[in-house]
Ligand binder design. Sequence first.
Ligand SMILES: Cc1cc2nc3c(=O)[nH]c(=O)nc-3n(C[C@H](O)[C@H](O)[C@H](O)COP(=O)(O)O)c2cc1C
Length: 189
Amino acid sequence: MQKVLLVCASPRKKSNTMQVLEECAKEIEQNGLEAEIISLRNMNIDSCHACLKCAKIKKCKIDDGLNEIIEKIRKSDGFIVGSPVYFGTARGSIMAALQRIGMVSRATDKFLSWKVGGPIAVARRGGHTATIQEMLMFFFINDMIVPGSTYWNMVFGWAPGEVEEDEEGLETIRRFGNNVASLIKKIKD
Ligand SMILES: Cc1cc2nc3c(=O)[nH]c(=O)nc-3n(C[C@H](O)[C@H](O)[C@H](O)COP(=O)(O)O)c2cc1C
């Protein structure tokens, strides 16, 4: 079965980003694909050491759990990342993760090539577009396919659960999930 992996960058147990990703995953499943959400909540993701060892050992030399996520991405057809906005940009750990995932892909078999997906940003008030753009750099440099939606992939909310009130934001994310799933099905036809 075709699969989409979704990564949630929030450290919070009751996370708005997780809620948004769950909506997205539901839509993907309704299209007949498998969806799995992974949280970075209990992980301490280090930044790339620029050692270039990945070219030789075919994985990242840092042993902090990211290699397990990389293996899941490798086996998936789609990859979606959701991050809360922190001071106008993505949470640091997701950028550290994306940079290392990209490095391993580029230094090995370019497994990210033609995977379908994109970024989602969740915030109380501002910084969504900069956060989306920051994460988009990963998708575009790694030969990935990013579909649009009916608005940008942003949802508003501060306290846990508040994203439920942003119906337009959630509808944008549902549409995005539908577009990711539909594209994967078309590519694999
Ligand atoms: C350190 C920190 C920085 C934040 N910076 C912003 C910000 O720049 N803009 C904004 O609108 N919200 C900001 N917020 C609020 C969060 O983005 C918001 O609460 C979001 O719903 C958190 O998502 P989560 O529940 O998935 O962690 C910040 C929150 C924290 C903890």
